[in-house]
Design a binder for this molecule. Structure first.
Ligand code: ARG
Ligand code: GLU
Length: 711
């Protein structure tokens, strides 16, 4: 009896330490209510997710298949990040009125702007369905396994009763050891309500991206519209604002270090359960390869963007996209080294083996397979990054597919229209001369780094950057796909004319130097690498599944959560700063004064709108200042988040909205592979800053009047 008491007393801190040690993105129906309460949560797990009753889950949606958003008023008002709404804000922009530069605020509901194609998904139920999906799969691997699982999923879906606006999605967890079914309700009439100018919503841009201390007002607002019965419907001007089952009250209370907080959203992808060998390969081989290609591409773009304002505009969004993961990977490699991830994983594997010797053969085989796959995987990393970063190769890839479809008789009117639309889009922001340089340089890197057995015939001569630059410039001028050369006087950028005589077009494309170069690049990759990588991956997948199951049955003390896979999750932690480096200490909160400290008039990243500056000068802060007298802007906490958590609500102990997740700090981006409570922090926009901007900057009190604000 005595012993028991002692044990449970010891257990609590141990469990708490575990939650923080490994992070966690929990399935909302399987929350660690006890630990959440011990960290300060005042509501219950059922308040967060209840399939039968209104709960917080009814205010959290997946926004357009990628980001997260939340409902913040009884009239279906949605809050998400500026960078999540970016494309839609851009789509409504014209030369005369660029909403990215100026911001946009609807004056009332009639001024809200429809966004065809944008969807919002609610999750109304989650069930574990492993017992329905796994039978009959016991001895299968690879394609056979996938096929049987898909059959079982279809059989499961068939017997479920759903409404016309609902779909069911069955998702694999724990490397195929468990399966969960999600009931999804999709709304399709989503309108833009408001967005600050980029100088607030994207303040600090790429320089500050992934960086703490941060000062970005990364938010935008939309509204869900429904039919007369409050059900999902295609866009119609007769639709009405959606009445949600639940919406989030917004707290403007001051935050204190160690306050409990949780983040509810749709994290995209993590790999927390890899063996040491796999982490080592990422850290030493694939991440550095991808970083190296992007280094070259970004530097080349930057040179011209700096001196040419038109290029600056043309490439800004593309540059930001490439730079985003480039910067993340650099942080990830640093963080993996710093957190000693490989060594820690190795030790963990030894501990597991000592508890359960049956794990040794699994780990040995994983080591063998990952080693065997490594050279192929590295080549794959280079290959994919080259095709992604050379826009001309991307174009060549599209034209090659077109040739195939045309010759297979599959180029009907609809496909042709889609293709032309895609090409028009690409050519709009394509600088062929600049990309010839990018292509020349990334191919030189590729030729230099790639072992002979993988190098396509004639690619060995591309090693010399200077020779390459001259050669590629000539090829680019001669090529018809770059739009610099022409076909009987017609340029590719004149997309409609280019496709009038498809037979002649196909003949000419086949002779095009870039289409040919891309052709040998791709066929060589397919011949040397593709099948091998995939076959080994099938073996690895089977071993990972086994390894995952063995970890779970062996490490009884650890609470496991499935890797992120874009399904709804809850992560929790505390408001906290950090000490990422020797003698460096970060506070948990930034303020408007810090926004001003970074201000560089006229700069493309750190310029500020005049009105914000005058609000700062007059200290017109209303209820939005905190105890320091300044407006809090961003804050950090120990929530375990990843890409896809952008726009996720950060909630307090009572389920009130206190922040809007939008990033992580650079020193902790390895949390996708190895969460470390010392270094990993998520970054959120403070609700006070959001309300301050809506109220004082945008004069949009009508929106505040819809919300429930908790003082
Ligand atoms: N790093 C954040 C996330 O992964 C924000 C990205 C958008 N901002 C930018 N400057 N590129 O997606
Ligand atoms: N900015 C990321 C996104 O777009 C979220 C930040 C992260 O990766 O943690 O989802």
């Amino acid at each position: 009896m005595k012993r028991k008491i002692l044990l449970s007393a010891l257990l609590l801190p141990a469990v708490m330490a575990f939650g923080q040690q490994y992070g966690g993105m929990w399935i909302p129906t399987e929350l660690n209510e006890k630990e959440m309460k011990s960290l300060g949560m005042k509501i219950s797990a059922k308040d967060i997710f209840n399939p039968d009753k209104a709960s917080i889950k009814d205010a959290v949606v997946q926004f357009d298949g990628g980001c997260t958003a939340e409902v913040i008023s009884p009239k279906g008002l949605l809050l998400t990040n500026h960078h999540c709404g970016y494309d839609n804000i851009q789509a409504h922009s014209t030369v005369e009125n660029d909403l990215l530069t100026n911001g946009f605020w609807a004056k009332d509901m009639t001024g809200e702007l429809p966004n065809p194609g944008v969807t919002v998904d609610f999750i109304t139920d989650i069930k574990e369905v492993t017992a329905q999906i796994l039978p009959g799969t016991e001895n299968l691997t690879g394609a056979d396994l996938t096929k049987k699982i898909n059959e079982n999923i279809e059989a499961y879906k068939k017997v479920q009763k759903t409404e016309s606006y609902q779909t069911i999605s069955v998702r694999s967890m724990y490397y195929g050891n468990k399966f969960y079914a999600y009931v999804i309700e999709t709304f399709k009439d989503i309108r833009l309500v408001g967005a600050p100018p980029s100088a607030i919503g994207k303040y600090g841009s790429d320089t500050d991206n992934w960086v703490w201390p941060r000062h970005t007002g990364d938010f935008s607002m939309f509204r869900i519209y429904a039919d007369k019965n409050n059900k999902p419907a295609e866009y119609s001007k007769d639709n009405i604002p959606y009445t949600p089952k639940h919406f989030l009250p917004i707290s403007v209370k001051d935050k204190k270090e160690d306050d409990f907080t949780f983040v509810f959203g749709f994290p995209g992808r993590t790999t927390e359960y890899l063996p040491a060998i796999a982490v080592e390969k990422i850290m030493k081989e694939t991440d550095p390869a991808m970083i190296a290609v992007r280094d070259v591409a970004l530097k080349t773009l930057d040179e011209k963007m700096r001196i040419n304002p038109a290029t600056k505009i043309q490439y800004a969004s593309k540059y930001a996209r490439v730079a985003n993961y480039w910067k993340k990977w650099i942080g990830e490699v640093e963080g993996l080294k710093k957190s000693n991830a490989v060594e820690k994983k190795k030790q963990y594997e030894q501990t597991l083996i000592s508890k359960n010797p049956a794990i040794k053969p699994t780990i040995d085989q994983l080591n063998q397979k990952y080693n065997e796959q490594a050279p192929y995987n590295l080549h794959k990393a280079y290959y994919s990054e080259i095709v992604r970063n050379s826009e001309t190769f991307t174009l060549a890839g599209i034209y090659s597919n077109y040739i195939q479809s045309y010759e297979a008789g599959k180029m009907d009117a609809k496909n042709l229209e889609a293709l032309k639309a895609r090409l028009t889009e690409l050519y709009k922001d394509y600088d062929a001369e600049l990309d010839a340089k990018v292509t020349a340089k990334v191919l030189a890197l590729y030729a230099d780094k790639t072992p002979p057995q993988f190098l396509p015939k004639d690619f060995g001569q591309l090693k010399d950057v200077n020779k390459n630059l001259g050669m590629m410039e000539n090829v680019s001028k001669a090529s018809i796909i770059t739009g610099r050369g022409n076909m009987n006087g017609v340029k590719a950028t004149d997309v409609n004319k280019f496709f009038t005589d498809q037979k002649t077009l196909v003949e000419n494309l086949k002779k095009d130097p870039f289409v040919q170069m891309y052709g040998s690049f791709k066929s060589s990759y397919l011949a040397t690498t593709d099948a091998k990588v995939n076959a080994l991956q099938t073996d690895i997948d089977a071993l990972q599944k086994k390894f995952m199951a063995q970890q779970m049955e062996t490490d009884k003390d650890r609470k496991f959560f499935p890797d992120a896979n874009s399904t709804l999750r809850v992560t929790y932690g505390q408001v906290k700063g950090s000490e990422p480096r020797d003698a460096v200490s970060y506070g948990y909160q930034t303020h408007l004064a810090g926004v001003m400290e970074k201000y560089i008039p006229g700069d493309y990243e750190f310029d500020l709108p005049k009105k914000l500056i005058s609000l700062y000068n007059s200290k017109d802060y209303g209820v939005y200042k905190d105890k320091t007298g300044d407006v809090p802007v961003n804050f950090t906490a120990t929530n375990h988040t990843t890409g896809g958590n952008s726009g996720s609500p950060a909630l307090d102990a009572y389920g009130n909205l206190i922040g809007l997740n939008f990033d992580r700090q650079w020193e902790g981006t390895m949390s996708d592979i190895n969460y470390d409570p010392k270094l990993c922090r998520n970054i959120m926009v403070d609700t006070k800053y959001i309300l301050f901007v809506i109220d004082k900057y945008a004069d949009s009190k009508w929106l505040l009047n819809e919300m429930k604000i908790v003082k």
